[in-house]
Design a protein around this ligand. Structure first.
Ligand SMILES: [Zn+2]
Length: 176
């Protein structure tokens, strides 16, 4: 049954919607269009990470200047904070400026795989869905789907950023 108030989709809508949400400047690291700028060109999340790195670096400099020993805990915290910088920038590289990104079916397949693994610990999309996207959706429609799914993936990555960074830092420590 057709709803009389239903508006027919228009080809131009996905592109202009994506343009509109990317109109305002975004955080210089994570480039998240929904995180308002907080200070110094950062959103609040990245601002805190940047502040942590600077604080830890100056603490360490201070101790070095006074020829005091450095605890491995402080060094580990700095390494973790730097990993968080790396992850925030990687978020920006993966999901920033989606309106200008060339989104392929394989990018969408990867996103669906991530969501599938997070929900059911099993990948139902691996290697079998990229063509379905490429053969069904226009470039702007693929960008829009990518953007909509990226919101939940980014939320999850941001919430887990510190623990992911700690895992990366301790993996490196194991190799040193
Ligand atoms: Zn940010």
């Amino acid at each position: 049954m057709k709803n009389s108030t239903q508006i027919e989709p228009t080809n131009g809508y996905p592109g202009s919607f994506l343009e509109s949400i990317h109109r305002d400047p975004s955080c210089k690291w994570c480039k998240h269009p929904e995180q308002p700028l907080y200070s110094a060109g950062f959103c609040r999340h990245c601002y805190r990470i940047n502040r942590d790195v600077s604080k830890l670096e100056s603490q360490i400099q201070e101790r070095k200047r006074h020829k005091q020993s450095l605890s491995s805990y402080v060094l580990f915290r700095l390494k973790t904070a730097r990993k968080m910088v790396y992850l925030a920038k990687a978020e920006g590289a993966n999901y920033g400026n989606i309106h200008k990104k060339n989104v392929a079916g394989s990018n969408l397949e990867l996103q669906f795989s991530q969501v599938s693994k997070a929900l059911i610990r099993k990948d139902l999309y691996d290697g079998n869905t990229a063509n379905v996207f490429d053969w069904s959706f226009s470039p702007d429609q693929k960008r829009l789907i990518y953007y909509l799914l990226s919101r939940v993936i980014r939320h999850r990555e941001r919430s887990a950023r510190r623990s992911i960074a700690m895992a990366l830092a301790s993996r490196e420590r194991g190799r040193e």
